[in-house]
Design a protein around this ligand. Structure first.
Ligand code: ADP
Length: 560
């Protein structure tokens, strides 16, 4: 019989062959496993594959991968083999001493068959496993312990050979890298997802802003258009289409010169595109489709490198402002003239009276001069009061009215008599007032002011004379006063603005008639302050009738 050491050369060759086969098998397995691990980027998949690989290669009865959780404890993240179904998710607490020891050793720890100084620690750990552990493989990333592989006993209780442990050690190092990679990919994915989410949110916010901006631009009263750096139109809003009469025409892509009737617009934009100015502003008058005055402001659009990208131009309609400014200018010149006329007349009569030798005029003539002076003074005072009233209204202060019971009959007669004095022939002033006219609730002086205004307008706007009739009619609740003339009349389109401030209807006929455009505005305010209404009926070329109402004095109120 040959001893154990006395193998035949055949047997030795066979043993070497077997060892070689085993090593080759291990290398192949490792190679295969690493390839697979390298291709997987999901942590869980990596862990599942790791446990499969280790159990397969070692032919252990079971195995699991533990990863640290927050705090000290470890959790089983993947398991394979007998009775490991409920093991995944189980918490395992590893004593700090054991952790330190794994960290220092870095290499596989065989539980049985190897005497080690920490065997009691390892036993504490093993007791928490469903089956006895035979081997622990620390997973190290540089000097951090990022996990632990626990493997059970081998099939037929074979022991882990030295070279096998070396292979497993290499494999554990590679596995640690694969796990770290999967974690990194996971974190990166999270970051990418977050960035994506942020991007989506920013995008949503941006589209919301864009929609808002679009609504503003579409809805704004100002006209807006944008050109490129060469002055070709790239964007227009609805208002500018309306102002410049573009309608639905496709003007985008055209140069301004091709589609605007006015040079001014092209000039304003050119000033900016040529680089002469960053901003340019001009007043622009357009006569078609309507006469309108605009301020046009063009501003350069530049990119981050300050290169000119185009021009944004805004057209603001200042027609109404212009009209108001013109009206105010007319108004001042009118007032100066109107004040001078009665003053000149007063001065003339006073001079006549003072410097004529005694006896030049008889008593009747002297009385007439005094009456003229008196009337001119009344007219001046009326005008000044009217101006004071308007300035009060402009300042937002209320007009003073003191309401009392008023009998309109004598009042109307007085005003008509006063107006009679101003007509230079050609007009017939008629009054039509019932004898049993009830009294009204009003401010006597204010009614005089209203009536004077309506009568003087009726005379003023009947340059060819005719009848001017003041009629008073009693209704159930109110008394209605009307002043009719046979004069110029008013066009239907001018009716709506009659009672607005500074508004004057300028036609060929009225152009030479002077006025402030304040009379009817003030009159309307005064009527309404006395709880009345005012309105007008007119036929252009035939004449007008202005009506106003005042509430009747109630009998019970009068008695009290
Ligand atoms: P004005 O000082 O211009 O007379 P008003 O406010 O009294 O101002 O009147 C406004 C405008 O209404 C006048 O400019 C005139 O065109 C028109 N108007 C007023 N009264 C009459 C009338 N009786 N007949 C025709 N037009 C009138």
């Amino acid at each position: 019989m040959m001893g154990h050491n006395e193998m035949t050369s055949d047997e030795q060759i066979q043993q070497l062959q077997e060892e070689l086969n085993r090593t080759a098998f291990h290398l192949l397995a490792v190679n295969q496993a690493m390839k697979m691990l390298g291709s997987v980027t999901q942590l869980q998949q990596t862990l599942d594959m790791t446990v499969d690989m280790f159990v397969e290669i070692t032919r252990a009865l079971w195995g699991c991968v533990l990863l640290p959780e927050r705090g000290r404890s470890f959790v089983v993240r993947a398991a394979k083999g007998a009775d490991t179904n409920n093991l995944v998710g189980a918490k395992v607490s590893i004593p700090p001493a054991a952790l330190d020891w794994f960290r220092q050793r870095r290499s596989p720890v065989v539980v049985e068959g190897e005497s080690n100084p920490q065997s009691d620690i390892i036993e504490t750990l093993s007791r928490q496993m469903p089956h006895p552990c035979a081997l622990y493989l620390p997973l190290m990333a540089t000097d951090r312990l990022i996990g632990l592989i626990a493997l059970g006993r081998k099939f037929r209780n074979l022991s882990y050979t030295h070279e096998e442990l070396e292979v497993l050690s290499t494999l554990a190092a590679q596995t640690a890298i694969a796990i770290e990679n999967a974690k990194l990919v996971h974190r990166l994915k999270g970051k990418v997802q977050l960035a994506n989410q942020e991007l989506r949110e920013a995008n949503r916010a941006l589209s919301l802003e864009m929609a808002k901006l679009q609504a503003i631009v579409e809805g704004m009263a100002d006209g807006l258009f944008v050109t490129d750096a060469k002055g070709r139109i790239t964007f227009v809003n609805p208002a500018v289409r309306d102002y410049l009469g573009w309608g639905d025409n496709a003007v985008e892509g055209m140069s301004l010169r091709q589609c605007t009737p006015t040079e001014t617009l092209t000039e304003v934009v050119n000033e900016v595109t040529s680089g002469q100015a960053q901003q340019s502003e001009r007043e622009l008058v357009i006569t078609e489709p309507l006469r309108r005055v605009f301020t046009t402001r063009a501003t350069a659009l530049r990119d981050q490198k300050e290169r000119l990208q185009g021009v944004v131009a805004v057209l603001s309609d200042i027609t109404a402002l212009k009209e108001l400014a013109d009206m105010k200018a007319d108004f001042v010149s009118f007032i100066a003239h109107e004040l001078r006329t009665p003053l000149t007349s007063i001065q003339g009569f006073i001079n006549t009276l003072s410097y004529s030798p005694p006896g030049s005029f008889d008593q009747e003539e002297v009385s007439e001069f005094y009456e003229i002076i008196h009337n001119e003074c009344v007219r001046l005072l009326g005008m000044i009061n009217e101006l004071l009233d308007v300035s009060r209204l402009e300042a937002g202060r209320p007009l003073p009215v003191s309401i009392a019971e008023v009998d309109l009959r004598p009042l109307v007669a007085d005003v008509v008599k006063m107006q009679q004095y101003y007509i230079k022939g050609g007009h017939t002033l008629i009054t039509d007032i019932p004898d049993d006219l009830p009294t009204v609730r009003a401010d006597k002086d204010r009614v005089i002011q209203i009536l004077t205004n309506l009568l003087s307008n009726a005379i003023k706007y009947s340059p060819n004379g005719g009848e001017v009739t003041t009629r008073v009619v009693a209704e159930d609740e109110e008394v209605i006063v009307s002043v009719s003339d046979q004069g110029l009349g008013i066009k239907p389109e001018d009716m709506s603005r009659l009672f607005t401030r500074y508004h004057r209807v300028i036609t060929e006929d009225t152009a030479r008639i002077r006025g402030t455009g304040l009379g009817l505005f003030l009159t309307k305010q005064l009527v309404e302050l006395q709880n009345g209404r005012i309105w007008c009926e007119s036929e252009y070329g035939k004449g007008s009738t202005f009506f106003f109402s005042l509430p009747r004095q109630r009998l019970d109120a009068a008695a009290s």
